[in-house]
Design a protein around this ligand. Structure first.
Ligand SMILES: NC(=O)c1ccc[n+]([C@@H]2O[C@H](COP(=O)([O-])OP(=O)(O)OC[C@H]3O[C@@H](n4cnc5c(N)ncnc54)[C@H](OP(=O)(O)O)[C@@H]3O)[C@@H](O)[C@H]2O)c1
Length: 267
C-alpha cells in the first residue's frame, strides 16, 4: 500500500495498532491525538490534535498536503465514553459524549473532504461500535453517539457516490484498550442517591471485564486496514464471528425481544 493517511485517536489502542499496520504496509501515517504521541515506527508522524477544534483539523490537513502533497485516506477513530443512567446524565455530560464521537468525527471528515475532492479520490473509515446497533444500558449516550456516527457514515456514502471518494465503518465489539480506564462516570451516577447505583455497579463490573478480556486492538486494526484496501468499501464491517452473529440477530428479532435479551445480559 502506498500513500498518506491521517488517523485520529492514534496515541493508543485501536488507532495506534492501525498506525503500525499501515506504516508497515508502506504508508505515511499522520497519527493524531491530543497527547500527540504515536508508536515509534518508520513512516509514523505524531500530530497533536484535538478533533473538537475545527481550525486545528483544517491546519492538520493543510500540513499533510504541504509535506506529503497528498492525502489518500482518513481513519476517524478518536473516541471516549461516559457511563451513567440517562436520568443521571446532564445535558452538559451528554454534549461531552457527542462532542468527540460525533462532532469531532464530522470536523475531521469535513477537513479532509476538499482535499479528497480535489484529488478525485479518498477513503474514509469511521470507527463506530457494536454499541451503535445494540443499545447499551448505562452507556445510552455512547450508543446514541455511535449510532449517529454510523448513520452519518452511511448517508455520506450515498452523498459521495460517483466522486471517487468512498466511506465505510468498522464496528468493534469489546476490545482491550485504554478506553476502559478513560471512561468517565456522570456526576449523578457517582452519588450515593442514584436509584441506579446497584444496577450500574453490576453493569460496570461486567462491561469492564468484557472489555479487558476482549479482542486485541490488532484484530480491529486489521479490519480497518482491510476496509482501506478493498476496491469497494463495505458500509459496515463487524470484526469477529460472534459479534457478526449479534449484528444479524439484532436485525432479525423484534425490537421488544432484542431489548429483553440486552437486559438479561447486562442488568
Ligand atoms: N475498546 C472498545 O471496547 C471499543 C469498542 C467499540 C468501539 N471503540 C471505539 O474505538 C475507538 C478507539 O478507541 P480505543 O478502544 O482504541 O480507546 P483508547 O485506547 O482510549 O483510544 C482512544 C483514542 O482517542 C484519542 N482521543 C480522545 N479524545 C480525543 C480528541 N478530542 N481529539 C483527538 N484524539 C482524541 C485518545 O488520545 P488522546 O487522549 O491522546 O487524545 C486515544 O488515542 C473509539 O472511537 C472507541 O469509541 C472501542
Amino acid at each position: 500500500m502506498e500513500g498518506t493517511v491521517l488517523i485520529t485517536g492514534g496515541s493508543s489502542g485501536i488507532g495506534a495498532e492501525t498506525a503500525r499496520l499501515l506504516a508497515d504496509a508502506g504508508m505515511t501515517v499522520y497519527c493524531a491525538s491530543r497527547r500527540g504521541i504515536a508508536p515509534e515506527c518508520d513512516g509514523i508522524i505524531p500530530v497533536t490534535l484535538d478533533v473538537n477544534d475545527e481550525s486545528a483539523c483544517e491546519r492538520t490537513v493543510q500540513r499533510i498536503l504541504s509535506e506529503s502533497h497528498r492525502l489518500d485516506a482518513v481513519v476517524v477513530n478518536a473516541g471516549n465514553g461516559i457511563a451513567g443512567a440517562i436520568e443521571d446524565t446532564s445535558d452538559e455530560e451528554a454534549r461531552y459524549q457527542l462532542e468527540t464521537c460525533l462532532f469531532g468525527a464530522m470536523k475531521t471528515i469535513r477537513a479532509c473532504l476538499p482535499a479528497f475532492r480535489a484529488q478525485g479520490h479518498g477513503r474514509i473509515v469511521t470507527t463506530t461500535s457494536v454499541a451503535a446497533i445494540v443499545p447499551l444500558p448505562y452507556q445510552g449516550l455512547y450508543s446514541a453517539a455511535k449510532a449517529a456516527l454510523l448513520s452519518l457514515t452511511e448517508s455520506l456514502a450515498i452523498e459521495l457516490h460517483g466522486t471517487g471518494i468512498q466511506c465505510g465503518s468498522v464496528l468493534p465489539g469489546d476490545t482491550a484498550t485504554g478506553f476502559t480506564a478513560a471512561r468517565k462516570l456522570t456526576q449523578a451516577a457517582r452519588g450515593e442517591d442514584s436509584p441506579y447505583r446497584a444496577s450500574l455497579q453490576k453493569y460496570l463490573k461486567k462491561i469492564e471485564h468484557d472489555e479487558l478480556s476482549g479482542m486485541a486492538p490488532h484484530r480491529i486494526a486489521r479490519a480497518i486496514v482491510r476496509q482501506l484496501k478493498r476496491r469497494r468499501m463495505r458500509p459496515r464491517v463487524i470484526p469477529r464471528i460472534d459479534y457478526q452473529a449479534i449484528g444479524l440477530l439484532v436485525r432479525l428479532v423484534p425490537t421488544r425481544l432484542k431489548l429483553w435479551i440486552i437486559r438479561l445480559l447486562y442488568c
